[in-house]
Every structure is written in structure tokens, then in C-alpha cells.
Write a new protein. Structure first.
Lengths: 116, 236
């Protein structure tokens, strides 16, 4: 998928990837890849500025935890504001997708008409 | 760091690129190194140099990564400067109120010379302090309501500069208020019989001056970091 298009929706994608529960950067990128069936393949570091930005805007919270390997790890979770923002994004996206689907549907319908 | 360790070298490269914010550099470096080690661990190829280089390639270019952090760094910089300034104004206000209360409590009467100076000095002090308070408040609201964009652009750089300029006006007005208070306090001390009780208002005035000086130093530091970040992100 086009990188610029993905970047424009990165905040929503990250929020959605955190909806199942708290996770760390690597876990979030794997969740994004798995749930998009590999369609969203950004440079992995790209999500960190988004995570920091969302945290600054109060949509995520984070804390250092210790991984099983003993390494220090930053774990992110959705805040209440983040959950609300995700719901808003979801509703907006649904309306947008329905509208675009309608447009494409009309086009497909018109294309299927016999030439006069 | 083992010699020639690509992950550690990559972490160091990220920290170098993020030198405009030391705290952010430490955090992002730690997160990136954890990410890369986790990726290698999951792939079962820990220790393979080729796998390390592939994980680093997948993570992305350190300079591009640092550029993506620049808007957030600028936002934090401006917000911290606005908070420091608002605190300086509050400390000065508290010290000013405490000093006035002390004069009242000690029944420290104003003589004719002080009354004459106060006729001009007190309104000037109040106006300067009110300007300082209003601009500090506007700067705080302005910087707190800015949202860092995903990509740094000139408009956001201008917004940050505007926030710092509002703060600078507040600090200048605060200095004017403190200078007026210093003159009035100097006249009060010069025309009164001095005793140990004068140490209290003198200390409170010193506290005000320190708050303003600290705030100025912090604003100066913020401006230097702003210039460094803007230069790094090509906004000059």
C-alpha cells in the first residue's frame, strides 16, 4: 500500500493495534502487519514518533517494564481519551468507506451498462 | 557495546541524530535497541550479522526517524518553557504579596519620599506585572493548545516561535515589575531605620529576581534548542 497514504492514517492504525490491550513497539508493529495481512508494511521505526505523539496528546500512556529477557521495555496502552478517539476514527472511517464504496459501486454499475 | 555491534552502533546513530533532545534520544535509543533485539530473538537469528543488518534496514533511516520526532520535540520545548514562565510569574506574585503583608505586619510606614516614588512606581509595577501575567497565561494556553503535526512544516515552526515570543514578552514585563519593586524597596530601605526585619523583604525580592533570571536562562536555552531543532529539520 502507498506509504504516504499509510502515514496519513498512522495514528488511527496505531490506536487500532492497541485496542486489544497494552503492547510494546515491536508487538504493535507485528499486530499491524498481522491484522492488515501484510498490506501495511512501513519502516518499523515509523511507529515510534506516532506512539510518542499520541502519548503527548493524552491518547496513550506508557511505562517502562521488564521483559522476560530482562531487557527494559516501554509498554503502551490506550487511555480513555484514546479509546474515545479510536471510536470516533472508526465511525468516521466507516462513513468515508461507505461513501467511497457507493461511488465505486455506481461506477461499476455504469461500466456494466450496455453501450447505446 | 561489543566491537562492531551493528545494533549498538545503530542506537548510537539514532541518539546522535536526536541530539536536539537528550532525554528523547535516550528513550528512543532504548526502545529501538529493544525492538531490534526482540525482532532478532523472535526470528531465531540472534548473533547473525546479516539478520541484524536486515532488522536495522527494516527499522528505517535514523535521520528520517529523527525528523519525524522533531515536531513533538519542539512542542515539548515550547510547553516546558511556557510552564517555567508561568511558575516564575506565580512565584514572583507570591513573593510580592508576602512582602506587602510583611510591611503591614511590621507596621513599616511609608515616608514622604517613598510615598512620592510609590505614586509612579506602584501603578507602573502593577501594569508591568499585569502584562507579564496576561502574556504568560496567553503563552501557556497557546502552547498547550498547539498539536504537533506528524511531519514538521514551516507553519508549525512559526507557531512554536510565536509561543516563545509571547513568553519573552511576559519575562520582559516581569523584569520591569521587579526592577520597579527594587527601586521602591531601595528607597524604603534608604529612608528607614534598618534592622534585621529588612532581611525578609530583601530575601523575597531576591527570590523574585532569581525566578525571573531562572526563567530567562530557561527561555534562552529553549531558544538555542529551538534553533538547533529547526536547523536539523531544515526550517531555517
Amino acid at each position: 500500500m502507498e506509504g504516504e497514504m499509510l502515514k496519513g492514517h498512522l495514528d488511527m492504525i496505531v490506536l487500532a493495534a492497541l485496542a486489544p490491550g497494552p503492547s510494546h513497539g515491536y508487538g504493535i508493529i507485528q499486530e499491524i502487519k498481522a491484522r492488515s495481512r501484510g498490506a501495511f508494511d512501513l519502516p518499523e521505526g515509523t511507529i515510534y514518533p506516532a506512539l510518542h505523539r499520541l502519548e503527548k496528546n493524552g491518547l496513550l500512556s506508557s511505562q517502562w517494564t521488564t521483559a522476560e529477557t530482562g531487557r527494559k521495555r516501554r509498554t503502551y496502552r490506550l487511555t480513555r481519551r484514546g479509546q474515545r478517539a479510536l471510536s470516533d476514527h472508526r465511525a468516521l472511517w466507516q462513513r468515508f468507506a461507505d461513501a467511497i464504496g457507493g461511488l465505486f459501486g455506481e461506477k461499476a454499475h455504469a461500466a456494466g451498462r450496455p453501450n447505446r | 557495546m561489543r566491537p562492531g555491534d551493528p545494533i549498538a552502533e545503530y542506537g548510537a546513530a539514532i541518539a546522535r541524530e536526536l541530539r536536539f533532545d537528550a532525554g528523547l534520544a535516550r528513550r528512543v535509543r532504548a526502545e529501538a535497541e529493544d525492538h531490534l533485539l526482540e525482532a532478532l530473538g523472535r526470528s531465531g537469528e540472534s548473533g547473525s550479522r546479516a539478520a541484524e543488518l536486515e532488522a536495522i534496514r527494516a527499522f528505517g533511516n535514523p535521520h528520517e526517524l529523527a525528523c519525524a520526532f522533531a515536531p513533538g520535540a519542539l512542542q515539548s520545548l515550547a510547553r516546558r518553557a511556557a510552564v517555567v514562565m508561568a511558575l516564575a510569574v506565580m512565584v514572583s506574585f507570591a513573593a510580592m504579596v508576602a512582602r506587602s503583608a510583611w510591611y503591614g505586619w511590621m507596621l513599616w510606614q511609608a515616608n514622604d519620599q517613598l510615598r512620592a516614588a510609590s505614586a509612579i512606581g506602584v501603578p507602573a509595577d502593577r501594569v508591568a506585572f499585569a502584562i507579564s501575567f496576561v502574556f504568560a497565561l496567553i503563552a501557556l494556553i497557546y502552547t498547550m493548545t498547539r498539536r504537533a503535526p506528524p511531519c514538521l512544516h514551516a507553519d508549525f515552526g512559526r507557531e512554536i516561535r510565536r509561543g516563545i515570543a509571547l513568553g519573552a514578552i511576559a519575562v520582559i514585563a516581569l523584569f520591569a515589575a521587579i526592577a520597579t519593586e527594587m527601586i521602591l524597596t531601595g528607597i524604603r530601605f534608604a529612608t528607614s531605620e534598618m534592622n534585621a526585619s529588612a532581611l525578609i523583604p530583601a530575601s523575597l525580592l531576591g527570590l523574585e529576581a532569581m525566578a525571573a533570571a531562572g526563567c530567562t536562562a530557561y527561555l534562552g536555552l529553549s531558544l538555542r534548542r529551538l534553533a538547533l531543532t529547526a536547523r536539523f529539520a531544515g526550517l531555517d
